[in-house]
Design a binder for this molecule. Sequence first.
Ligand SMILES: Cc1ncc(COP(=O)(O)O)c(C=O)c1O
Length: 443
Amino acid sequence: MNPLEQYSLEELRLRTSEKWTNYSPDVLPLWVAEMDIKLPEELVGSITQIIKRGDLGYLSKVGFERYVNAFCSFADRHWGWKPDTKMIVDVPDVVRGCTQVINAYLEHNPDNSVIVSTPIYPPFINGYAKGYKYIDAPLTPLYFDGKLSDNPFRLDFEALEVAFKNSTTNSKKAVYALCNPSNPTGTVHTPDELRQLANLSSKYGVLVVSDEIHGPLVTARNFELENHVLSECSNPANHGKHSAFTPYLSLQEADLAITVCSASKAFSIPGVKAALVIASSHPSNKARDLLFNSGHFSKANSEHLGVLAQTICLNQCDEWLYHLVQAIRNNISYFESLSKQYFPLAKYACLGGTYFAWVDFGEYVKNGSIPEDISPAKYFLDNAKVAFNPGNSFATPIDLTFSGLQKVGAKISASPYDNFVRINLATSQEIIRMALESVGSIL
Ligand SMILES: Cc1ncc(COP(=O)(O)O)c(C=O)c1O
């Protein structure tokens, strides 16, 4: 069963969430990170039962513990990582979890810094860094010496070392906010890269906060490579062999580090709130102190319904997730073939860590098909009636409207990603085709 091919456009337009209500009904919305999926039967059945029982009271300690155990079992089954259950607290969502960790560590001191690597999910730039110095150590670019790079959007360790060094002189503190895997590029950081990052973090005393919300989407990606059949996933001998994803805290070197994660992206349930904050169990205890002795965190803090939903997804829905990941892969291939047909001059990255395409329409600005004074996202919205996320919101501090478009009259500083858009491919192939065809017709 392909969970992305279960609803017609008419049925999706009945949805009341952000994705389907922000634009007028003549716009095809391929923007915010919600998927047009049919939820797993196990989840629908359990949530229906819970609601029928009137079981929507406060989250219990037992419910919290079941959630923690479900996550730890998922992490072991898919990534071969055994988090220490004693190092975990919960928060309503990942953005709030990261914000809380950053404020607990940097203590609202404006001389302290938040370091990020653009392009990156906008709250890293516009939210986490608010009230602190904002430092960008960008991912390596898509073009190198004017040619397409064959390995773009990797961590740039020279830039990171400069940022870590400069931000920690005179006892100032700094956080590096890591997006693992990266949104929007889909970069899945390798164990070697993450080890190098951990070494820099220890050298300069920079806290790494790793946002791993897209991690569960990398789960089943190399099932085929390993030639495993699904039933073998639960065989302990295969634990950790299924995924290219490396949880940052699974590395022994990750000392001063905290991970914030959730099942809400992989199962598309971000409207029911729950997320986990996990401290490194490195013997230095530095991260544990921040979580358990700073007075900023406690247990059983998230939403009862969110916790129940995530517990079911993490415990019972491996097969559904496997089908979803295959469907995303197929949609990425479909996007690649349609983009050749409808906008052959565009360059893109779909590096496998999530369900976005990160696409550069710069050649169409150069040849005059897209006017220079308007972003490609706005041009497509107005003329092709298709909503994508604008590239500059992933690259530069900017005043954004609710839908991620820049406010009228907002001051914009140029970024290398002004001509990029992020396209959400977690929908049916029919909708992808209609959207790309419409874009192609105005280029
Ligand atoms: C990298 C990343 N972090 C966090 C979030 C939002 O997570 P939450 O809804 O749990 O705050 C998203 C949503 O798309 C995301 O892509």
